[in-house]
Ligand binder design. Structure first.
Ligand code: BG6
Length: 479
């Protein structure tokens, strides 16, 4: 390519994230022609003593969805370098391997992408090593990092300052993989390219908005990590808050990444302090059976938190952010519930309100709940849906994995779908007081049954702030 050969370095190459997400995403990009042999080389770096083939064998089973020929071609692009995360020798060796590849490629400039598939505790030392020994002398160097970025405002700012001393903001790509999801990316288009929504998207018409994440499995095998963080840091402060930004922000000046991120920061800064009586925390029964979880853990595996935005568009509209593990189903969706019809002659309220649902996963879809005449001779009404299910409408389109998109964005230098430093800070500002109260035991998690909807207190909270269950009730007027 015009920009020269590309070296992708996966640090933490023998770990879980690399195996399950990073290498498969690189493989899919390769299979679709976005990475081409002769132009790209992939270096796995980790502490384990492995051969090139050893690494290839380790990841082979996770690379699916393309031909055997593609697979072996891809595996041949991978080299393994072993070393520790703070050793000069290791990173000098890595740099030597990359440089040799770049020389052999003979292009004038080159590109270096470092993917940190590592726990954040080693970010500062690894970044320092990259900065000292592995910078690209003739082209760009970019670094991908992934949450958790700290545990609260203070620790996040400390980490940001450490990385900021080593790299410019335009070299740092903070992944929130929800920003790589098809329907999350669609939010901007939906809101700002459709006349239909423009006049409706505000406090005059919308009663409440729920942003919900459910998983039907617990913290299986990750209890030790999870217990240090809890569901708010794991899901709400990042994934759901990013979705919230896209739902609630004002229209950006243009599609430039900086313009979009400016608007996200503004809406985050408009969020009021969270009130304790608008929070429900839960912990599923059996969570503490995990030997790595302390017996007296108060870590929430479920949380429902109401955010209130103090601005002209949203004053008075609750945003209910809800996330839980070990629930009855796996689903992530945005539910925009509209207000009741004034002067209602059909008793719409008893059947349910208009609701616009954006299902992020599984089975991507958007549907609008409407009241319609029930087909037939009688003049009866019922709730039905205007349904855009992607599986039906886009039958032959393969929806890309979030990581695939985000790695491609990084190669292209597009930071729109990455979290900017001030955005991260604003996100921590919202949740830090609440997190400190939970950590200090001032708020307690209530138990709930695994496989349930979560604590009933959460449903009560949603209803208390305005959410109304739709009943699908059919109304037949008296004759
Ligand atoms: C991760 C969390 O960021 O997101 C996990 O750490 C969670 O706890 C996962 O399971 C969910 O991602 P997805 O794409 O399956 O919704």
């Amino acid at each position: 390519s015009e920009q020269g050969c590309l070296s992708v370095v996966v640090l933490g190459a023998s770990g879980d994230l690399a195996k399950k997400k990073t290498f498969p995403a690189l493989f899919h990009l390769f299979a679709q022609g976005f990475l081409q042999s002769g132009e790209v080389h992939i270096f796995g770096y980790a502490r384990s003593n492995l051969s090139d083939d050893g690494l290839r064998e380790r990841i082979r089973g996770y690379l699916k969805g393309a031909s055997e020929e593609h697979l072996s071609e891809f595996l041949q692009l991978i080299k393994y370098v072993s070393g520790s995360y703070d050793s000069r020798e290791g990173f000098e060796k890595l740099n030597k391997e990359i440089s040799e590849y770049e020389m052999s490629n003979k292009s004038e400039s080159s590109r270096r992408l470092f993917y940190l598939a590592l726990p954040p505790s080693v970010y500062p030392s690894v970044c320092k090593m990259i900065r000292t020994y592995c910078m690209n002398p003739s082209g760009w160097t970019r670094v991908i990092v992934e949450k958790p970025f700290g545990k609260d405002l203070h620790s996040a700012e400390e980490l940001s300052a450490q990385l900021g001393d080593l790299f410019d903001e335009n070299q740092l790509y903070r992944i929130d993989h929800y920003l790589g999801k098809e329907l999350v990316q669609n939010l901007l288009v939906l809101r700002f390219a459709n006349r239909l929504f423009l006049p409706l998207w505000n406090r005059d018409n919308i009663d409440n908005i729920q942003i919900v994440f459910r998983e039907d499995f617990g913290t299986d095998g990750r209890g030790g990590y999870f217990d240090q963080y809890g569901i708010i840091r794991d899901i709400i402060q990042n994934h759901l808050l990013q979705v919230f930004c896209l739902v609630a922000m004002e229209k950006p000046v243009s599609l430039k990444p900086e313009h979009i991120r400016d608007e996200k920061v503004k809406v985050l800064q408009s969020v009021n302090p969270i009130k304790h009586d608008e929070v429900v925390l839960g912990q599923y029964e059996g969570y503490k059976d995990d030997p790595t979880v302390p017996d007296d853990s108060n870590t929430p595996t479920f949380a429902s938190v109401v955010l209130r935005v103090h601005n002209e568009r949203w004053e008075g509209v609750p945003f209910i952010l809800k996330a839980g593990k070990a629930l009855s189903s796996r689903k992530a969706e945005v539910r925009v519930q509209f207000k009741d019809v004034p002067g209602d002659i059909f008793r719409c309220k008893r059947q349910g309100r208009n609701e616009f649902v954006i299902r992020l996963q599984p089975s991507e879809a958007m549907y609008m709940k409407l009241t319609v005449k029930k087909p037939g001779l009688e003049m009866a009404t019922e709730q039905s849906e205007l349904d855009l299910s992607y599986g039906m409408r886009y039958q032959n389109v393969k929806i890309p994995e979030a990581y695939e998109r985000l790695i491609l964005d990084t190669i292209r230098g597009d930071q729109q779908h990455f979290v900017r430093r001030d955005e991260l800070k604003a996100a921590w500002q919202i949740f830090t007081p609440l997190l400190h109260d939970i950590d200090a035991g001032r708020l307690k998690a209530v138990p709930y049954h695994p496989g349930s909807r979560g604590p009933k207190e959460a449903d009560e909270l949603s209803e208390r702030v305005g959410y109304m269950q739709t009943h699908g009730y059919i109304w037949i007027p008296p004759t």
